[in-house]
Design a protein around this ligand. Structure first.
Ligand SMILES: Cc1ncc(COP(=O)(O)O)c(C=O)c1O
Length: 492
């Protein structure tokens, strides 16, 4: 039914504002904000059918009564609320109204949902989409979604596996043994690290899920997790769901975006249970020397915290430098895990497959947690992941070279046009300082409006991201060069 509202007077009784609408079909809707029992709002739609020009006096009285009752009755159940003078809504009436769409269920979400961080980039994404739909030529560099296809041999492995009915059943809890062996072989080959596939590898439903799970597993309300600032916002989500507190490790240009562990207050170290780091780093593109991880292991031992190293961009290092794994640091396995996703290395972002490797206690905890959430990944995806990890690896080097070449094209063009923009050492992001007179958001807004280039304002990744925008190298070199020209034209 297409409902149209007529008039939206806002009234107030006992300090509770409420709004009344009349629908075309004559029903009246009463919406009460800040209702004591239903803080996100309470909606009641009258069951009457006859249209009135003004709220009929009976309904007006009902509304007043309803609001008064809600204001006073903090304990009573919704079923006992008087909606009309002398009328108590019975469970039966309510059920029947619910069935007719007259009244809607108004159970609020659990408190933990209200703690989830706001989606900073939602508004920007909407605006970019609206511009594109309006036919404007926007170069969208604001997101981190890999633009290239998954290598054909991996797609073919999925196709073959999907045709095998054996993959149509539930897979083994905790993932296929062959996939965990492939992970161990991949780490041995790439980083020279020995892993026990049974006890030191957990299969994840994408890195994002693993990052949120770890916080839910280890953090109680009031505990502390240390996170990089700027950093990948998904660390915040798990911490918020756990009701824990986040303490930031500021990453600044003068320290090459590496954390200063000595600057963390003693009290925060004492309350800290988890420490998240991520190199090559989203959003700054910074890479870490192996010595950072040696230091990290020492800090973790000293302060008794678990380390979670997010190695999402492990395969993407530039200028001949392979980003080191945290697990290469002596003693790393005693104090933490590394999360590795196939999303970036093999262009498999939509496939949702990743893994955690390292400390057996942490791996056991992740497996236990996942036993309650999932059975296991689609077995065909697991077989395709085995093909990715054990098959030809030239696709990985090709991908890395593609990003390096894009980086050179984009940053080179900006620099030649006189715009200051340091090149990243890894990842597929460029972290560009905004010119004088701008903030991160105002510069990103200006680029979208005047240059038709979408970038992500740095503050969306934390307070230390103020003064920067993040640019994703996720389109062709030609488009990146064009973006650089457009940016330069409105920046100088
Ligand atoms: C730093 C970082 N960590 C983790 C992830 C999660 O990747 P996925 O959930 O696709 O495995 C991403 C994805 O953008 C990321 O940028």
């Amino acid at each position: 039914m297409a409902w149209q509202f007529r008039g939206h007077p806002v009234r107030e009784i006992h300090g509770l504002p409420y709004t009344i609408h009349q629908f075309q079909n004559g029903q009246w809707q009463i919406v009460i904000d800040n209702c004591p029992r239903h803080p996100a709002g309470y909606t009641f739609i009258t069951p009457m059918r006859k249209p009135f020009r003004r709220l009929p006096s009976g309904a007006a009285r009902s509304a007043r009564l309803l609001v008064t009752t809600l204001a006073r009755q903090r304990k009573s159940s919704i079923y006992e609320i008087k909606l009309f003078e002398g009328q108590v809504v019975s469970r039966r009436a309510r059920r029947s109204w619910l069935g007719r769409g007259v009244m809607r269920v108004n159970i609020q979400m659990a408190d933990r949902m209200a703690r989830l961080p706001k989606q900073f980039f939602a508004d920007l994404t909407r605006r970019v989409q609206a511009e594109i739909e309006a036919g404007r030529d926007i170069i969208n560099l604001g997101q981190g979604n890999p633009d290239l296809p998954t290598p054909p041999h991996i797609v073919e492995a999925l196709r073959e596996a999907a045709l095998d009915p054996a993959t149509h059943r539930y897979g083994p809890f905790r993932g296929m043994a062959a996939l965990k062996e492939a992970v161990a072989a991949f780490y041995a080959r790439t980083y020279g690290i020995d892993l026990d596939p049974d006890t030191e590898v957990a299969i994840l439903f994408g890195g994002k899920a693993g990052l949120v799970e770890v916080s839910e597993i280890y953090l109680n309300p009031g505990d502390v997790a240390l996170v990089p600032d700027p950093g990948y916002p998904d660390y915040w989500s798990g911490i918020a769901l756990a009701g824990a507190r986040m303490v930031t490790l500021p990453l600044t240009a003068d320290r090459s975006f590496l954390p200063d562990f000595e600057a963390v207050a003693d009290a925060d170290w004492q309350a800290a249970k988890l420490l998240f780091l991520n190199y090559p780093h989203n959003p700054t593109g910074a890479t870490a020397p192996a010595s950072l991880y040696t230091d990290l292991v020492e800090q973790a031992r000293k302060h008794d915290v678990w380390v979670v190293h997010d190695f999402a961009y492990g395969a993407i290092g530039y200028d001949g430098i392979q980003p080191p794994s945290f697990l290469q640091a002596p003693g790393a396995k005693e104090v933490g895990i590394e999360l590795y996703t196939l999303s970036k290395t093999y262009n498999m972002a939509g496939w949702r497959v990743a893994f955690a490797v390292g400390n057996p206690d942490m791996i056991a905890a992740i497996n236990l947690f996942q036993d309650h959430y999932y059975v296991s990944l689609f077995p065909a995806v697991q077989r395709a992941a085995i093909a990715a990890l054990t098959g030809p690896q030239d696709c990985v080097e090709n991908l890395r070279m593609t990003y390096e070449s894009r980086r050179n094209a984009f940053v080179g063009a900006l620099q030649s046009l006189g715009v200051h923009c340091p090149p990243p050492g890894g990842s597929f992001f460029v972290w560009m300082p905004v010119p004088e007179g701008f903030k991160a958001v105002s510069y990103a807004d200006m680029l979208l409006e005047k240059a038709g280039v979408a970038v992500a304002p740095g503050v969306g990744f934390g307070a230390c991201g103020e003064g920067y925008v993040r640019i994703g190298l996720l389109t062709s070199e030609d488009r990146l060069r064009e973006a650089a020209h457009r940016i330069a034209a409105v920046t100088r």
